[in-house]
Write a protein that binds this ligand. Structure first.
Ligand code: PMP
Length: 358
Protein backbone atom coordinates (compact mmCIF):
# COMPACT_ATOMS: atom_id res chain seq x y z
CA UNK A 1 0.00 0.00 0.00
CA UNK A 2 1.23 3.51 -0.78
CA UNK A 3 1.14 5.72 2.27
CA UNK A 4 -0.89 8.86 1.84
CA UNK A 5 1.49 11.77 2.18
CA UNK A 6 0.45 15.04 0.56
CA UNK A 7 0.64 14.76 -3.21
CA UNK A 8 1.62 18.44 -3.49
CA UNK A 9 4.87 17.68 -1.66
CA UNK A 10 6.18 16.32 -4.98
CA UNK A 11 6.37 19.87 -6.27
CA UNK A 12 8.30 21.18 -3.26
CA UNK A 13 12.02 21.50 -3.82
CA UNK A 14 14.06 19.85 -1.09
CA UNK A 15 16.27 22.31 0.79
CA UNK A 16 19.81 21.89 -0.55
CA UNK A 17 22.45 22.42 2.15
CA UNK A 18 26.06 23.27 1.30
CA UNK A 19 28.16 20.24 0.36
CA UNK A 20 31.13 18.98 2.36
CA UNK A 21 33.93 16.43 2.06
CA UNK A 22 36.89 15.67 4.32
CA UNK A 23 39.76 18.10 3.84
CA UNK A 24 37.74 20.52 1.72
CA UNK A 25 37.82 24.25 2.32
CA UNK A 26 34.17 24.98 2.96
CA UNK A 27 33.04 28.34 1.66
CA UNK A 28 29.52 27.14 0.92
CA UNK A 29 27.33 27.84 3.96
CA UNK A 30 28.13 31.36 5.21
CA UNK A 31 29.42 30.05 8.52
CA UNK A 32 32.07 31.68 10.70
CA UNK A 33 35.40 29.88 10.88
CA UNK A 34 36.09 30.22 14.64
CA UNK A 35 34.82 27.83 17.28
CA UNK A 36 32.53 29.29 19.94
CA UNK A 37 34.44 31.35 22.54
CA UNK A 38 35.69 29.36 25.56
CA UNK A 39 33.05 30.99 27.81
CA UNK A 40 30.32 29.93 25.38
CA UNK A 41 31.68 26.39 25.24
CA UNK A 42 31.73 26.30 29.07
CA UNK A 43 28.10 27.42 29.22
CA UNK A 44 27.11 24.70 26.75
CA UNK A 45 29.08 22.06 28.69
CA UNK A 46 27.49 23.11 31.99
CA UNK A 47 24.00 22.92 30.48
CA UNK A 48 24.59 19.37 29.29
CA UNK A 49 24.14 18.16 32.87
CA UNK A 50 20.46 19.16 32.75
CA UNK A 51 19.78 17.60 29.36
CA UNK A 52 17.38 15.17 31.05
CA UNK A 53 14.99 18.12 31.58
CA UNK A 54 12.90 19.85 28.94
CA UNK A 55 14.09 23.32 27.89
CA UNK A 56 12.33 26.48 29.06
CA UNK A 57 9.71 26.68 26.30
CA UNK A 58 9.41 30.44 26.84
CA UNK A 59 13.21 30.92 26.58
CA UNK A 60 12.74 33.38 29.45
CA UNK A 61 16.37 34.15 30.22
CA UNK A 62 17.34 34.42 26.55
CA UNK A 63 14.43 36.71 25.77
CA UNK A 64 15.35 38.88 28.78
CA UNK A 65 18.94 39.07 27.50
CA UNK A 66 17.78 39.94 23.97
CA UNK A 67 15.36 42.57 25.29
CA UNK A 68 18.20 44.22 27.20
CA UNK A 69 20.65 44.04 24.34
CA UNK A 70 18.22 45.26 21.66
CA UNK A 71 16.46 47.70 23.96
CA UNK A 72 12.98 46.42 23.06
CA UNK A 73 10.27 45.05 25.39
CA UNK A 74 10.37 41.27 25.90
CA UNK A 75 6.78 41.00 24.58
CA UNK A 76 8.19 41.93 21.17
CA UNK A 77 10.59 38.97 20.94
CA UNK A 78 10.21 35.31 19.98
CA UNK A 79 12.96 32.73 19.58
CA UNK A 80 13.16 29.88 17.09
CA UNK A 81 15.25 26.83 16.20
CA UNK A 82 17.31 28.96 13.83
CA UNK A 83 15.71 31.87 12.01
CA UNK A 84 14.74 29.44 9.23
CA UNK A 85 12.18 27.95 11.59
CA UNK A 86 10.86 31.45 12.25
CA UNK A 87 10.46 31.85 8.47
CA UNK A 88 8.39 28.68 8.51
CA UNK A 89 6.40 29.74 11.58
CA UNK A 90 5.60 33.02 9.83
CA UNK A 91 4.15 31.27 6.78
CA UNK A 92 2.07 29.02 9.04
CA UNK A 93 0.94 31.97 11.14
CA UNK A 94 -0.12 34.08 8.15
CA UNK A 95 -1.18 31.78 5.30
CA UNK A 96 -3.96 29.36 4.49
CA UNK A 97 -4.23 27.29 1.30
CA UNK A 98 -3.87 29.45 -1.78
CA UNK A 99 -2.66 32.60 -0.01
CA UNK A 100 0.36 34.28 -1.56
CA UNK A 101 3.85 34.96 -0.28
CA UNK A 102 5.90 37.54 -2.17
CA UNK A 103 9.68 37.53 -2.18
CA UNK A 104 12.56 38.44 -4.48
CA UNK A 105 14.25 35.77 -6.55
CA UNK A 106 16.96 34.72 -6.39
CA UNK A 107 16.95 34.86 -2.60
CA UNK A 108 17.14 32.55 0.43
CA UNK A 109 16.21 29.13 -0.84
CA UNK A 110 14.08 28.25 2.17
CA UNK A 111 11.41 30.81 1.15
CA UNK A 112 9.83 28.66 -1.59
CA UNK A 113 9.99 25.60 0.66
CA UNK A 114 8.31 27.15 3.71
CA UNK A 115 5.74 28.85 1.49
CA UNK A 116 4.68 25.64 -0.23
CA UNK A 117 4.76 23.57 2.97
CA UNK A 118 2.22 26.04 4.37
CA UNK A 119 0.01 25.42 1.31
CA UNK A 120 0.63 28.97 0.10
CA UNK A 121 1.64 30.14 -3.36
CA UNK A 122 5.12 31.62 -3.97
CA UNK A 123 5.17 34.88 -5.93
CA UNK A 124 8.78 35.37 -7.00
CA UNK A 125 9.81 38.84 -8.13
CA UNK A 126 13.01 38.99 -10.21
CA UNK A 127 15.94 40.96 -8.80
CA UNK A 128 17.02 44.20 -10.44
CA UNK A 129 19.75 44.13 -13.08
CA UNK A 130 22.28 44.83 -10.32
CA UNK A 131 21.08 41.91 -8.17
CA UNK A 132 19.12 43.88 -5.56
CA UNK A 133 15.45 43.87 -4.54
CA UNK A 134 13.09 45.44 -7.05
CA UNK A 135 10.83 47.00 -4.43
CA UNK A 136 8.47 48.65 -6.93
CA UNK A 137 7.90 45.32 -8.66
CA UNK A 138 7.40 43.66 -5.27
CA UNK A 139 4.78 46.26 -4.37
CA UNK A 140 3.07 45.67 -7.70
CA UNK A 141 3.05 41.90 -6.99
CA UNK A 142 0.97 42.33 -3.81
CA UNK A 143 -2.63 41.21 -4.34
CA UNK A 144 -5.70 40.56 -2.17
CA UNK A 145 -4.27 37.07 -1.55
CA UNK A 146 -0.90 38.29 -0.29
CA UNK A 147 -0.36 37.53 3.39
CA UNK A 148 3.42 37.72 3.74
CA UNK A 149 6.39 39.42 2.06
CA UNK A 150 9.98 38.36 2.71
CA UNK A 151 12.67 40.99 2.23
CA UNK A 152 16.11 39.44 2.66
CA UNK A 153 18.45 42.25 3.62
CA UNK A 154 21.30 41.85 2.80
CA UNK A 155 20.07 39.45 0.16
CA UNK A 156 21.30 35.88 0.21
CA UNK A 157 22.94 34.94 -2.19
CA UNK A 158 23.67 38.24 -3.96
CA UNK A 159 24.80 40.29 -0.94
CA UNK A 160 23.08 43.52 -1.99
CA UNK A 161 21.58 45.64 0.76
CA UNK A 162 18.70 48.08 0.65
CA UNK A 163 19.16 51.43 2.35
CA UNK A 164 16.98 52.72 5.15
CA UNK A 165 15.15 55.30 3.02
CA UNK A 166 14.10 52.77 0.34
CA UNK A 167 13.02 50.31 3.00
CA UNK A 168 10.95 52.97 4.73
CA UNK A 169 9.25 53.97 1.49
CA UNK A 170 8.48 50.33 0.76
CA UNK A 171 7.12 49.54 4.23
CA UNK A 172 4.91 52.63 4.12
CA UNK A 173 3.46 51.55 0.77
CA UNK A 174 2.69 47.92 1.75
CA UNK A 175 -0.95 47.50 2.88
CA UNK A 176 -1.14 47.40 6.71
CA UNK A 177 -2.66 43.92 6.81
CA UNK A 178 0.26 42.30 4.92
CA UNK A 179 3.06 41.03 7.16
CA UNK A 180 6.56 42.01 6.00
CA UNK A 181 9.47 39.91 7.26
CA UNK A 182 12.79 41.71 7.14
CA UNK A 183 15.20 38.79 7.16
CA UNK A 184 18.41 40.22 8.60
CA UNK A 185 20.43 37.01 9.00
CA UNK A 186 23.55 38.94 7.90
CA UNK A 187 22.77 42.17 9.75
CA UNK A 188 26.02 42.18 11.71
CA UNK A 189 28.06 42.37 8.49
CA UNK A 190 25.98 45.17 7.01
CA UNK A 191 27.55 48.60 7.26
CA UNK A 192 24.74 50.45 5.46
CA UNK A 193 22.12 52.42 7.41
CA UNK A 194 19.56 49.56 7.22
CA UNK A 195 18.49 48.36 10.68
CA UNK A 196 15.05 46.76 10.70
CA UNK A 197 14.57 47.07 14.43
CA UNK A 198 14.65 50.86 14.23
CA UNK A 199 11.89 50.65 11.58
CA UNK A 200 9.50 48.71 13.83
CA UNK A 201 7.89 51.53 15.87
CA UNK A 202 4.52 52.39 14.34
CA UNK A 203 4.66 49.41 11.96
CA UNK A 204 2.83 46.49 13.63
CA UNK A 205 2.90 44.45 10.40
CA UNK A 206 6.71 44.28 10.25
CA UNK A 207 8.83 41.52 11.76
CA UNK A 208 12.63 41.43 11.90
CA UNK A 209 14.36 38.04 11.82
CA UNK A 210 17.93 37.60 13.07
CA UNK A 211 20.12 34.66 13.95
CA UNK A 212 22.97 33.49 16.14
CA UNK A 213 24.20 31.30 13.24
CA UNK A 214 26.32 33.85 11.39
CA UNK A 215 28.29 36.57 13.22
CA UNK A 216 27.63 34.91 16.58
CA UNK A 217 29.08 31.65 15.26
CA UNK A 218 26.44 29.21 16.54
CA UNK A 219 25.20 27.68 13.27
CA UNK A 220 25.37 24.15 14.70
CA UNK A 221 23.41 25.05 17.82
CA UNK A 222 20.30 26.42 16.03
CA UNK A 223 18.87 29.58 17.51
CA UNK A 224 17.41 32.72 15.98
CA UNK A 225 14.87 35.36 17.00
CA UNK A 226 12.07 37.52 15.74
CA UNK A 227 11.30 41.08 16.85
CA UNK A 228 7.80 42.39 16.11
CA UNK A 229 4.55 43.70 17.50
CA UNK A 230 3.22 41.47 20.33
CA UNK A 231 0.32 40.35 18.09
CA UNK A 232 2.79 38.76 15.65
CA UNK A 233 4.84 37.31 18.52
CA UNK A 234 1.68 35.69 19.95
CA UNK A 235 0.79 34.25 16.54
CA UNK A 236 4.30 32.81 16.17
CA UNK A 237 3.87 31.15 19.56
CA UNK A 238 0.72 29.37 18.37
CA UNK A 239 2.49 27.59 15.52
CA UNK A 240 5.78 27.05 17.36
CA UNK A 241 6.89 23.44 17.84
CA UNK A 242 7.11 23.17 21.64
CA UNK A 243 10.64 22.95 23.09
CA UNK A 244 12.28 23.34 19.68
CA UNK A 245 14.76 25.89 21.04
CA UNK A 246 16.81 23.55 23.19
CA UNK A 247 18.57 24.32 26.47
CA UNK A 248 22.08 24.29 25.01
CA UNK A 249 20.99 26.77 22.34
CA UNK A 250 19.46 29.07 24.93
CA UNK A 251 22.54 29.18 27.19
CA UNK A 252 24.92 29.45 24.23
CA UNK A 253 22.99 32.42 22.86
CA UNK A 254 23.00 34.16 26.25
CA UNK A 255 26.74 33.60 26.67
CA UNK A 256 27.35 34.85 23.13
CA UNK A 257 25.34 37.99 23.77
CA UNK A 258 27.50 38.59 26.85
CA UNK A 259 30.54 38.38 24.55
CA UNK A 260 28.96 40.39 21.76
CA UNK A 261 31.68 43.08 21.76
CA UNK A 262 34.34 40.48 21.01
CA UNK A 263 32.19 38.59 18.48
CA UNK A 264 31.02 41.68 16.64
CA UNK A 265 34.59 43.04 16.48
CA UNK A 266 35.42 39.98 14.36
CA UNK A 267 33.00 41.11 11.68
CA UNK A 268 35.40 43.94 10.79
CA UNK A 269 38.00 41.34 9.81
CA UNK A 270 35.46 39.48 7.68
CA UNK A 271 34.48 42.71 5.96
CA UNK A 272 38.11 43.59 5.23
CA UNK A 273 38.59 40.11 3.74
CA UNK A 274 35.36 40.45 1.77
CA UNK A 275 36.58 43.63 0.13
CA UNK A 276 40.01 42.11 -0.54
CA UNK A 277 38.42 39.08 -2.22
CA UNK A 278 35.98 41.21 -4.18
CA UNK A 279 38.74 43.54 -5.41
CA UNK A 280 40.90 40.59 -6.46
CA UNK A 281 38.03 38.99 -8.37
CA UNK A 282 37.18 42.25 -10.08
CA UNK A 283 40.85 42.67 -11.01
CA UNK A 284 40.71 39.17 -12.53
CA UNK A 285 37.81 40.28 -14.71
CA UNK A 286 34.80 39.00 -12.79
CA UNK A 287 31.62 40.95 -12.29
CA UNK A 288 31.10 41.00 -8.48
CA UNK A 289 28.13 42.95 -7.12
CA UNK A 290 28.64 45.05 -4.01
CA UNK A 291 27.96 42.97 -0.93
CA UNK A 292 26.96 43.77 2.64
CA UNK A 293 27.18 40.21 3.96
CA UNK A 294 29.88 37.60 4.68
CA UNK A 295 29.95 36.35 1.09
CA UNK A 296 30.48 37.48 -2.48
CA UNK A 297 28.37 36.55 -5.49
CA UNK A 298 29.50 35.77 -9.03
CA UNK A 299 26.61 36.03 -11.50
CA UNK A 300 27.99 33.39 -13.87
CA UNK A 301 24.55 32.32 -15.11
CA UNK A 302 24.65 29.02 -17.06
CA UNK A 303 28.34 28.58 -16.23
CA UNK A 304 27.66 28.51 -12.48
CA UNK A 305 27.41 24.73 -12.10
CA UNK A 306 30.62 24.00 -14.01
CA UNK A 307 32.48 26.74 -12.12
CA UNK A 308 31.26 25.37 -8.76
CA UNK A 309 32.27 21.82 -9.74
CA UNK A 310 35.72 22.98 -10.84
CA UNK A 311 36.19 24.89 -7.58
CA UNK A 312 35.24 21.76 -5.60
CA UNK A 313 37.70 19.81 -7.71
CA UNK A 314 40.34 22.34 -6.63
CA UNK A 315 39.37 21.64 -2.98
CA UNK A 316 37.22 24.72 -2.33
CA UNK A 317 33.49 24.21 -1.88
CA UNK A 318 31.37 27.12 -3.01
CA UNK A 319 27.63 27.30 -3.66
CA UNK A 320 26.30 27.37 -7.24
CA UNK A 321 22.66 28.41 -7.69
CA UNK A 322 21.22 26.86 -10.83
CA UNK A 323 21.82 29.08 -13.84
CA UNK A 324 22.02 32.25 -11.74
CA UNK A 325 25.35 32.49 -9.97
CA UNK A 326 27.82 31.21 -7.43
CA UNK A 327 28.03 32.36 -3.81
CA UNK A 328 31.39 32.26 -2.07
CA UNK A 329 31.53 32.62 1.71
CA UNK A 330 34.33 34.73 3.15
CA UNK A 331 36.47 32.47 5.34
CA UNK A 332 39.92 32.85 6.86
CA UNK A 333 42.56 34.61 4.73
CA UNK A 334 44.25 31.35 3.72
CA UNK A 335 40.89 29.85 2.69
CA UNK A 336 40.03 32.92 0.66
CA UNK A 337 43.50 32.77 -0.89
CA UNK A 338 42.84 29.17 -1.92
CA UNK A 339 39.64 30.25 -3.67
CA UNK A 340 41.37 33.19 -5.32
CA UNK A 341 44.20 30.91 -6.48
CA UNK A 342 41.57 28.80 -8.25
CA UNK A 343 39.40 31.63 -9.55
CA UNK A 344 42.20 33.78 -10.95
CA UNK A 345 43.77 30.93 -12.94
CA UNK A 346 43.21 31.12 -16.67
CA UNK A 347 41.34 27.82 -16.59
CA UNK A 348 38.68 29.13 -14.19
CA UNK A 349 38.53 32.48 -15.94
CA UNK A 350 37.96 30.68 -19.21
CA UNK A 351 35.23 28.58 -17.60
CA UNK A 352 33.53 31.78 -16.54
CA UNK A 353 34.67 33.29 -19.86
CA UNK A 354 31.56 34.67 -21.45
CA UNK A 355 30.74 36.46 -18.24
CA UNK A 356 34.13 38.08 -17.79
CA UNK A 357 34.53 41.69 -18.67
CA UNK A 358 36.69 42.43 -21.66
N1 PMP B 1 17.82 33.76 6.44
C1 PMP B 1 18.81 33.81 5.56
C2 PMP B 1 18.78 34.88 4.54
C3 PMP B 1 19.83 32.87 5.57
O1 PMP B 1 20.80 32.93 4.65
C4 PMP B 1 19.83 31.87 6.56
C5 PMP B 1 20.91 30.84 6.63
N2 PMP B 1 21.38 30.33 5.47
C6 PMP B 1 18.78 31.87 7.45
C7 PMP B 1 17.79 32.82 7.38
C8 PMP B 1 18.63 30.81 8.49
O2 PMP B 1 19.62 30.78 9.40
P1 PMP B 1 19.45 29.91 10.71
O3 PMP B 1 18.27 29.03 10.57
O4 PMP B 1 20.73 29.17 10.84
O5 PMP B 1 19.24 30.91 11.81
Amino acid sequence: MTTRTRTDLDSIPAYVPGKNFPGAIKLASNETTSSPLPGVQDAIAAAVTSANRYPDNGATALIDALAASLNVPRENIATGCGSVSLCQELTHATCKDGDEVVYAWRSFEAYPVVTKVAGAVPVQVPLTADYGHDLDAMLAAITDRTRLVFVCNPNNPTGRSLGRAELERFLDAVPDHVVVALDEAYFEYNRTDADGITLLPGRPNVVVLRTFSKAYGLAGIRVGYAVADPSIITALGKVHIPFSVNTLAQVAAIASLEASDELLARTDGVIAERERVRDALIAAGYDVPQTAANFVYLPLEERSGAFGAASAEAGVLVRPYGDDGVRVTIGDAHENDAFLAFATKDEARTLAGAKLRA
